[in-house]
Design a protein around this ligand. Structure first.
Ligand SMILES: [Zn+2]
Length: 91
């Protein structure tokens, strides 16, 4: 498909994240990262058991540090970023 005329651009989004490895066992290098593009945002579903031992699939959003490759969890980004984020589902 070809876009003839692009629609209005969504508002710019950026997020500053300290590389801590939170949500992934820690070990980040404490670099300050600025995330601006959907291609830098990753998404997967993780399996977690709640207090009743029911298995839930929970969405988790994260970035990967370019310096040390450690993953750090972030809050769910806006919709236009979600749509183009990199899906890395666990098995
Ligand atoms: Zn790092």
């Amino acid at each position: 498909m070809k876009v003839i005329i692009h629609g209005p651009k969504p508002a710019a989004w950026q997020l500053d994240v300290v590389c801590t490895g939170v949500g992934y066992g820690g070990g980040g290098c404490r670099a300050l990262l600025r995330v601006e593009e959907a291609k830098d945002v990753h998404f997967h579903r993780v399996s977690v058991y709640n207090d009743n031992d029911d298995l839930n699939r929970r969405e988790q959003w994260f970035v990967r540090c370019p310096d040390c490759a450690v993953q750090t969890r972030i809050a769910k980004p806006p919709k236009h970023i979600q749509e183009f984020a990199v899906v890395t589902d666990d098995a």
